[in-house]
Design a protein around this ligand. Structure first.
Ligand code: TYD
Length: 234
């Protein structure tokens, strides 16, 4: 049986990596095979592209170039790591995926949706996430947490951007969730680590572990998930 693909999205400092490792442990305790990976990165080729992107080397060539580079790294990652793990029936937990390209290069970088859509098709093929957890936090809090986490280290290419850019991305993630409630769940990332992990587990359990409790009809499913997903802002 094909495994399950879960992506984690949100701004910097929203606690994605902590929550990914808690979810991975919980799934392992239940006897599931789990791999944890991240973007940009996950393979030697993609890590090389990560360096070009986060150092800011590609910034001068514009957001289109950056979107294409993120997609090139993603294609390698899907091909080498994600698709084989899903074929082996594993849970794949990925820190960021194509929604980050939509939010960062699309909403705050102005790359047109048609371009992003074509890149998604090329990089992912049929390997679409089964569930995307969007960790939502106010931009101010998100920046404060990212600064604290970074300490004295230099900010990367995207961390250097303004609060206005961060706000555009936050809105973009919330819009993505609103438009695809059957794939996405918004998690309030302002609570304690335990509250956030409990909220994440509720979504994973309902949507992936016991989906028999959800309606079969696509229209009813969409309605039910919209109601459950109360955190999605208008
Ligand atoms: P990383 O150090 O992994 O950040 P974080 O802990 O915030 O996830 O850096 C990844 C950066 O790359 C992050 O600022 C988001 C950005 N990014 C994009 O701009 N587009 C993308 O498609 C992806 C995957 C990441």
């Amino acid at each position: 049986m094909r495994g399950k693909f879960i992506t984690f999205e949100g701004g910097e400092g929203t606690g994605k990596s902590t929550q990914i490792s808690l979810l991975a442990n919980h799934l392992k305790d239940l006897g599931h095979d789990v791999i944890v990976t991240r973007e940009p990165g996950g393979t030697a080729g993609a890590e090389a592209v990560r360096h070009i992107l986060l150092s800011g080397t590609a910034e001068q060539f514009g957001s289109d170039m950056e979107a294409i580079l993120f997609a090139a790294a993603r294609a390698d990652h899907v091909d080498q790591i994600i698709a084989p793990a899903l074929d082996d029936g594993k849970y794949v937990l990925c820190d960021r995926f194509f929604d980050s390209t939509r939010a960062y290069q699309g909403a705050s970088g102005n790359v047109p949706f048609e371009t992003l859509h074509a890149l998604e098709q090329a990089a992912c093929g049929e390997h679409w996430p089964d569930l995307t957890l969007i960790l939502d936090l106010s931009s101010k809090e998100s920046i404060a947490r990212a600064n604290k986490r970074r300490g004295d280290a230099e900010a990367d290419r995207f961390e250097r951007e303004s609060i206005k850019q961060q706000e555009l991305r936050r809105r973009a993630f919330l819009d993505i969730a609103k438009q695809a409630p059957e794939r996405c769940a918004v998690i309030d990332a302002a609570g304690s680590i335990e509250e956030i992990s409990a909220a994440i587990w509720r979504e994973v359990d309902l949507r992936l572990i016991k989906p028999q409790n959800l309606p079969n009809k696509p229209s009813q499913l969409k309605e039910k998930l919209k109601r459950i997903n109360k955190n999605v802002r208008n």
